[in-house]
Design a protein around this ligand. Structure first.
Ligand code: EPU
Length: 422
C-alpha cells in the first residue's frame, strides 16, 4: 500500500454541489449476502472504495465470481468454500459479516478473527452468541473462528450488548437465520438504515423478514434464496461529512443524495448549533445561519447521533465560541482525532468518555496523522478552515470509506492535493 497524504490549503469556504456515493456500511454486508445463493446477484450504486475492493477479493477467495462494471458489481457464488483467506479478512473488520452467510449456506465457516483497531477492542462475542443460539458449535482456534452446525434452527435471541445493539452482529444473525429452519426473532436488533437496506436485499432474494429498522426483527427461514438486483442506499455518513464541512468552512453546499430521514439526529444538532439545512430536489442544502453556538453531543445507536459523525462534529465545535461536551458512548477509544486537532491549535481535553472542546480559537495548519476513517475526515475539514497548509498523513484510512474525497472537495473549491507522503 503506497503511503499518501493530502495537502490542504485552508481558508476557502466550500461552494457547489456534491454527489453522495453508495453507503459503505450497507454494501459490505450486502456483498457478503450474495454468498447465500448460487444465482447471480447484481448490486448497483456500490461505492468505489478500497474496503469494497477487499470484500470483492474475499468473495473471490471463497470461490465466487465478482465482476466490477463501474458502480455495478455482479456476483455469482455458484460454489463456495467455507474458509476465508486469513490475510484478506484480517485487513478489514467489516469482513466478519461473511460468517452468517457461510454458516447459513454451508452450515460451516472458518473465518479469521478480525483484529481490534484504533477506535477500540471491537469484540465479536455477540456475533458468536447469535450463531450459537441458531445451533452452531463455535470455537476459536489459532486465530480463526470455526463455526459448524448440523441444522440451523430458528430461535428467539436477545442480541443487545453492554454498549447497545450491534450493527454487523444483527446483519450476521439475520443472514444466517434466512436459511434456518423455522422462526428467528432478534430482540435489541440494530435499527441502522444499513440493516434495513440489507434486509431489503435479502427479501428481494426470497427471504422472509419483518421488522428491520425496529429493535425486533423476525425472520422466517426458507429453503433457498435466489439471485436478485439491488441499489445501495446513499451513504448518510458521507452526506453528513460534506454537510458539516460546508457549515464549518462557512460555505454553501448542495449534498445530492443526502436523505433527511436517515440524518435526523445530525440535522437536529446542526440546526441547534446555528446551521441551516434546507430540503432541495435531490438532496439537502447546508450552510451557516447568522451565528453558530456550541452544543453538547452524545453518540448513540441509531436513531441517535452516529459515532461515525462524532469526529467531524468535534471539528465544527472547535470553530464555535463556547464550550461543547462531546460524549462517545459506542466506542471506548474513539478520540484519536482530538490530539491531532490540538496540534492544529484546538483546545480540547478528554475526561473519560467525554471531550471538552473550548471553541473559537483559530486553527493553523500542521502535519497531522490520520488514525481511523472518520478521524481522517475530521482532520481534512479542520485543514479546510485552518490558516496555512495542513498535511493529513496516512490517508489510506480515508480511501477505505470516502469515494474520491479529494476530487469531490476540489470541485467544491477546496485547495487539496494528494501527494506521496508518510
Ligand atoms: N460490540 C460488542 N460485541 C460484539 C459486537 C459489538 O460488545 O460482538 C460492541 C462494540 O465494541 C461497540 C458496540 O458494540 O462498542 C457497537 O458496535 P457494532 O457491532 O454496532 O459495530 P460494527 O457493526 O462492528 C458498524 C460500522 C462502524 C460503525 C458501527 C456503529 C460497518 C462495516 N461498520 O461496526 O463503522 O461505527 O457499526 O455504528 O458497518 C466506520 O464506518 O467508520 C465504522 C467504524
Amino acid at each position: 500500500m503506497a503511503l499518501e497524504s493530502l495537502v490542504v490549503r485552508g481558508g476557502i469556504p466550500l461552494h457547489g454541489e456534491v454527489q453522495i456515493s453508495g453507503a459503505k456500511n450497507a454494501v459490505l454486508p450486502i456483498l457478503a449476502a450474495c454468498l447465500l445463493t448460487r444465482e447471480k446477484c447484481v448490486i448497483h450504486n456500490a461505492p468505489d472504495l478500497s474496503d469494497v475492493g477487499f470484500m470483492a477479493d474475499i468473495l473471490r477467495s471463497l470461490g465466487a465470481e465478482v465482476i466490477v462494471g463501474g458502480s455495478t458489481l455482479t456476483i455469482t457464488a455458484k460454489k463456495v468454500t467455507g474458509r476465508g483467506d486469513y490475510n484478506l479478512i484480517r485487513k478489514m473488520r467489516g469482513s466478519i459479516c461473511i460468517l452468517g452467510p457461510l454458516l447459513g449456506r454451508l452450515h460451516k465457516a472458518k473465518v479469521s478473527v478480525p483484529g481490534g483497531c484504533v477506535i477500540g477492542t471491537r469484540p465479536i462475542n455477540l456475533h458468536l452468541k447469535g450463531m450459537e443460539a441458531l445451533g452452531a458449535k463455535v470455537k476459536t482456534d489459532s486465530g480463526y473462528v470455526i463455526a459448524e452446525a448440523k441444522h440451523l434452527r430458528g430461535v428467539d435471541i436477545f442480541l443487545g450488548g453492554r454498549l447497545g445493539p450491534t450493527v454487523l452482529g444483527t446483519a450476521n444473525v439475520m443472514m444466517a437465520a434466512t436459511l434456518a429452519e423455522g422462526r428467528t426473532v432478534i430482540e435489541s436488533a440494530a435499527c441502522e438504515p444499513e440493516v434495513v437496506d440489507l434486509a431489503n436485499f435479502l427479501i428481494a432474494m426470497g427471504a422472509k423478514i419483518q421488522g428491520a429498522g425496529s429493535p425486533t426483527i423476525t425472520i422466517n427461514g426458507v429453503k433457498e434464496l435466489f439471485g436478485a438486483e439491488h441499489t445501495v442506499i446513499p451513504d448518510r455518513i458521507e452526506a453528513a461529512t460534506f454537510g458539516l464541512a460546508a457549515v464549518t468552512t462557512n460555505g454553501e453546499v448542495l449534498v445530492k443524495g443526502a436523505r433527511a430521514d436517515h440524518l435526523q439526529a445530525v440535522l437536529d444538532k446542526l440546526k441547534e448549533a446555528g446551521g441551516i439545512v434546507e430540503q432541495r430536489s435531490g438532496g439537502l442544502l447546508f450552510r451557516r445561519g447568522k451565528s453558530l453556538k456550541s452544543v453538547d453531543v452524545a453518540t448513540q445507536p441509531y436513531s441517535g447521533f452516529p459515532t461515525d459523525v462524532q469526529a467531524q462534529m468535534m471539528t465544527l465545535m472547535t470553530q464555535v465560541n463556547g464550550i461543547s461536551i462531546i460524549t462517545e458512548r459506542i466506542f471506548e477509544a474513539r478520540f484519536m482525532h482530538a490530539q491531532e486537532l490540538m496540534r492544529l491549535g484546538a483546545d480540547i481535553s478528554i475526561e473519560g468518555p467525554s471531550a471538552i472542546v473550548k471553541g473559537g480559537r483559530p486553527l493553523s495548519g500542521a502535519p497531522v496523522m490520520a488514525s481511523d476513517l472518520r478521524a481522517s475526515a475530521a482532520l481534512v475539514i479542520a485543514g479546510l478552515v485552518a490558516r496555512g497548509t495542513t498535511q493529513v498523513n496516512r490517508i489510506y484510512h480515508l480511501d477505505r470509506g470516502y469515494e474520491k474525497i479529494d476530487q469531490k472537495l476540489r470541485k467544491l473549491g477546496a485547495r487539496i492535493q494528494r501527494r506521496p507522503g508518510e
